[in-house]
Design a protein around this ligand. Structure first.
Ligand code: ADP
Ligand code: ZN
Ligand code: ZN
Length: 818
């Protein structure tokens, strides 16, 4: 009798490979377990068992597996089914889905590089290590890195994955991904009182004992002051600053055993001794929405929850989550970006405490690994807040998925494959898990709203802000007129600058939105018309004033700012367009007393930079916050009375069929930051086109009008939701190779799909990092079989890949591109 398994290998190749196994292995193995398998000439990979069977493959003689790596599955049947769906819908291999879904520590392979973890001392570990493990660590002392293949040679055996697996899990060694990890969890040192001093008499006793050590006494006093102020952990740095103390004095106190030092990872810092808050009572409207949502859950319908900004969607989510947690079910809360979600996480933690787990792609391998296992084994919190990749976690008993700000683009994965839209994939996952799902937003995507109209989703609306709060009044300011009448100061109209002044005078805050960072996007020579471009990409360089440089926003290339034209030497150069930095500079001259800060990619690079700016703004040590679209995302500030949009036109004029929808979403979202308390807020939008229909719809908050008009245009011009799009891209450094390959592809596709194939065409930026790219768009009408079209595309791809000269041209397929 012969026994076989089909194995998923984490590569962009055919779906599964068949391997032979022995009878004992057959009795032991289950789908979802890991096996080490030989692949290619001499490589070994970690694969996942997809299927166990007895059919001999037709075209090849299967090799035997090397070994079994697990005692029980680490991937559930349900996950495997979900992977299958992603792979077939998004036209990628199962292996690519596997690679995205599993933490690197699970995926050792012969090419993986390992390194010693210097936190451990080999001698100390000696009696916990097996002989082989000891040998490996010893070798790593002489040589800083080893490939797993080399470990095989060292130990004189082929398969060393199980040994190294254990070592990686116990953190004796670090894997390649960890060695080069960009994100190093930042450890902060904190100070706390030693347990024996935790009583009211403690301070006096301590001070007495300290006698004449004044410096140390001061530290102790400041410690108690800080502790009285809040029950947040007290960092070493803060204490030192407060007490103006030296490291030596602080260390002395630690040495004497009065104080203790401990470390916490920044994003794991939580308020200690947190008292669970009560859930808020819902208003009548909110309660009605909640009831409607739950009624639709019973009918197993996905719910599109359309609630205007500040209507209390989050409060409704909390109630929904609460019910699931009480039933012992897991909840997945998907958000566009973790960094922008601090406020939400705080609210969740205030009520659900330890039940809340946060997950995002910047986590270290070790953290991803731990979280994965916690969720698989249900050993920690039930509520997982995460970005799109959290969708691939191994949920066991999922009761509810919430997709907040579901219109956001960042739910779509762009690179590498699988290029999934987490919002849509979440709906599929909810079906598989029999979980409920809510897509929440103040500005639904056209696709979602269309689904609701066709009854695929249920629509639940919340059209009133919570409490007595009235939505802000929105005014358009005609820039054409303002320039003509000389009523501009820099990029500010008189109306806007006056409104800012008044708002600050009234003790309120201002948000200013400009969708470009840097100082000005282009530099132009008046003599010859030249403007400096990036040598690697087809874009012009942006002037950044604070470091006097010209920078490429695509690849990071930069040079010093040029005083004279680089082409003709003329000194008649001027800047065109403006970014957030210029707005900040202008404000400093126009309103020298105002405290201005900027929030864009340039000012939020450090891990906590974003939170710092927000904290400052919340504590009102900033009057005006200038920023890019980062500002539009779900921030809840009590004290903002005025929102200004510097220029709405560059949003509207973007060459993309979604530009109008996006402009509407962005403007409504940024407007929603104004007047979140009793007083009505104000929004001023500067534009050269005050009669643009989108701007009119924004002023009157007419989502339905916008929807109707956009749907009409989408239908006319054959775009989603009436046609499905698949984007196929060829990429290569060699221009001619891209031309030739994309032409061949488009012709081959046309043979089957005729005029539903568009292109090849260069995108707006044809070259990025010296790579040329050309796109082909396939439009699938609704009455076509999606399955057949996709199969045809895969067939063409296969013939394409068999042509030698095209091999160097990289081909990517993006289903439902955004
Ligand atoms: P959204 O998520 O729709 O933008 P939020 O849930 O953030 O709205 O609500 C806006 C503000 O109103 C929040 O500060 C929230 O705490 C408050 N709020 C909403 N509903 C209630 C309620 N029923 N009782 C008290 N405060 C509420
Ligand atoms: Zn010139
Ligand atoms: Zn560049």
């Amino acid at each position: 009798m012969n026994f076989y398994i089909d194995v998923i290998i984490p590569l962009a190749i055919n779906n599964t490979f068949t391997y032979a196994i022995s009878q004992e292995e057959y009795d032991l193995l289950q789908p979802g377990m890991r096996v080490a398998v030989p692949f290619g000439k001499s490589k070994i990979y970690t694969g996942i068992v997809a299927k166990i069977h007895q059919q001999h493959p037709e075209i090849y003689t299967p090799k035997f597996i090397e070994t079994i790596l697990d005692q029980s599955p680490i991937v559930s049947k349900l996950q495997l089914a979900f992977w299958e769906w992603i792979s077939s819908y998004y036209l990628c291999s199962l292996g690519e889905v596997m690679r995205a879904a599993l933490p690197g520590i699970f995926l050792l392979e012969s090419e993986t590089v390992i390194q010693r973890n210097n936190q451990h001392d080999t001698i100390e570990l000696a009696n916990q290590l097996s002989d082989e493990q000891f040998l490996v660590l010893e070798a790593l002392e002489k040589q800083s890195q080893l490939k797993i293949k080399e470990v095989g040679q060292l130990l004189g055996k082929k398969n060393v994955l199980p040994i190294l697996q254990e070592m990686a899990q116990k953190k004796y060694i670090l894997l390649e991904q960890e060695i080069f990890e960009q994100y190093k969890p930042k450890l902060i040192k904190y100070i706390r009182l030693s347990e024996s001093y935790e009583n009211p008499q403690a301070m006096n006793a301590m001070l007495e004992e300290l006698g004449r050590a004044h410096k140390q006494k001061e530290i102790v006093m400041q410690f108690f002051t800080l502790k009285a102020q809040s029950n947040k952990p007290i960092s070493r740095k803060k204490l030192k600053e407060k007490a103006q103390a030296s490291d030596a004095s602080l260390n002395a106190l630690v040495d004497k055993g009065f104080l203790e030092e401990y470390t916490l990872q920044i994003d794991r810092v939580k308020n200690q001794n947190q008292i669970a808050q009560q859930l808020i009572d819902l208003s009548a409207e909110q309660q009605a929405a909640l009831n409607q949502i739950e009624a639709n859950f019973k009918a197993s319908k996905p719910v599109l929850f359309h609630g205007i900004t500040s209507s209390g969607k989050t409060e409704v989510y909390m109630k929904l989550i609460d019910k699931q947690v009480k039933k012992g079910k897991q909840v997945l809360f998907l958000v566009p970006e973790i960094a922008l979600t601090t406020q939400l996480i705080k609210r969740l933690e205030a009520y659900f405490g330890q039940e809340v787990m946060v997950y995002h792609s910047k986590y270290s391998q070790q953290e991803r690994f731990e979280t994965y296992l916690h969720i698989y084994n249900q050993t920690k919190g039930k509520i997982i807040v995460g970005t799109r990749s959290a969708l691939l976690l191994p949920f066991q008993d999922l009761g509810l998925i919430l997709v907040d700000e579901s219109h956001e683009n960042s739910f779509k994965q762009l690179n590498p494959a699988p290029r999934y839209q987490a919002r849509d994939a979440a709906v599929v996952l909810s079906h598989l898990c029999k979980a409920s799902i809510v897509l929440g937003t103040a500005t639904p995507s056209i696709e979602s709203y269309y689904n609701a109209q066709r009854d695929k989703y249920a629509l639940v609306s919340l059209k009133k802000r919570y409490g007595q709060v009235i939505p802000p009044e929105i005014h358009l300011i005609n820039l054409k007129e303002k320039y003509k009448r000389n009523q501009m100061k820099g990029h500010f109209s008189d109306v806007l600058i006056e409104a800012i002044e008044q708002t600050i005078l009234a003790g309120k805050q201002v948000i200013l939105f400009q969708n470009r960072r840097g100082y000005s996007p282009t530099l132009e020579c008046h003599t010859c018309g030249h403007s400096p471009h990036c040598p690697n990409c087809d874009v012009s360089l942006t002037f950044h004033k604070h470091n006097n440089s010209l920078r490429c926003h695509y690849c990071g290339y930069h040079i010093a700012m040029q005083k004279a034209c680089m082409a003709c030497g003329s000194s008649e150069v001027s800047t065109k367009g403006f970014g957030t930095e210029q707005i900040e500079t202008e404000l400093n001259t126009l309103l020298p007393k105002a405290r201005v800060a900027r929030m864009d990619l340039d000012t939020t690079r450090g891990k906590n930079a974003y939170d710092k700016i927000l904290d400052k703004f919340e504590q009102h040590s900033i009057d005006i916050l200038v920023g890019t679209q980062m500002l539009t995302k779900g921030l809840d500030f009590r004290n903002v009375d005025l929102v200004g949009v510097m220029n709405a036109d560059n949003l509207l004029n973007f060459p993309d069929f979604r530009a109008h929808e996006r402009s509407f979403q962005m403007l409504v979202q940024v407007a929603g930051r104004a007047g979140r308390t009793a007083k009505q807020g104000k929004v001023l939008i500067q534009t050269f086109n005050p009669h643009h229909q989108i701007l009119q719809q924004v002023t009157t908050n007419s989502y339905e009008d916008m929807f109707k008009e956009q749907v009409y245009e989408r239908k006319n011009f054959k775009y989603p939701p009436f046609y499905r799009l698949i984007k196929i891209t060829c990429k290569q450094r060699d221009y001619n190779a891209v031309e030739e390959a994309s032409l061949w592809l488009s012709e081959a596709l046309r043979q089957g799909l005729r005029d539903n194939v568009l292109g090849p065409e260069f995108p707006a930026v044809a070259r990025v990092r010296n790579e040329y790219r050309k796109n082909i768009i396939v439009k699938i009408p609704m009455n076509y079989s999606v399955k057949k079209t996709k199969d045809f595309i895969l067939k063409v791809k296969k013939s394409y890949e068999s042509i030698g000269k095209f091999r160097k041209v990289k081909l990517t397929i993006d289903v439902d591109p955004v």
